[in-house]
Design a protein around this ligand. Sequence first.
Ligand SMILES: [Zn+2]
Length: 298
Amino acid sequence: MKKIIRVCQLIVILLLMVSCFSEEFPHELKELGYTVEDLKSFKHLEKTILAGKIPKVFFEEVRQYSVFQPQNLLDYYFLHLQGYSIIQSLNRINHPNFLSWEDKTYPAITVEGIILVNSKYGLSWGFFPTELVNLQGVGFIKRPNETMQIKKSALSAYSLLYQAMQSQQLEPLVFSAYRPYEKQKTLWEEADPLNRMYLAKPGHSEHQTGLALDIASMESGLTDYFENTIVFHFLSKHAHEFGFILRYPKNKEHITGYPYEAWHYRYVGIFHAQRMHEQNLCLEEYLYFNYPLPLNPN
Ligand SMILES: [Zn+2]
């Protein structure tokens, strides 16, 4: 009998403890979809969740991304309420200046296999692309003591684009391909300071990736006149079908950080090139609107 009384006492104590705890669990959290278990894991975010009335369904989704920053939870949610997708909310808060000029540089980032190099994101002197091959089977400018190189994948794609142009009696020429850090450094140092706005700083030239080509016609060379040639018109219409994008388009200078260059093409693969073409986005915009971007180092 004593034993039974003891067990009953224990049960009553346990029930009291449970009821005390459930009384502590805020009703608003329950309404937002959270359970006592959730609160145990995210106790530190309870105030934020309550302040923003952030539903569990949003919280669960946003925290799946590795770039999620708990201290920014409320900001992400407010942007999402304004109609931004979760990815865009993350990028807008984590990278407020991604699409505008900034007096800072960061190490180049790779998103969805695409390496991003621009006036902000740069490569170190020690970055050398793998699988570089000599440019061959396509038209290019021959300079003494110079072998043009490019990544194998980009050459395969460009060979097909070149053949398509040749079948239209066009004769495009590659004026520039892979350029190592040291070469860019020499160009930068030798350049007239007034002309440096047209030149990438060492580490900030896409040519260092081995994925960029300067393509023009013999008649135009790398001048603004290239825009008026049939080769340019063909590239504008078809380059994306072969995986190439016009990297520094007109009217996107404030985003790419480089002046418009009708001749500078970048290999990104057919899937991404076609989507950028359809959405009329430059590379920075395309990555920013579609993929969570890695956090910048502090
Ligand atoms: Zn170029």
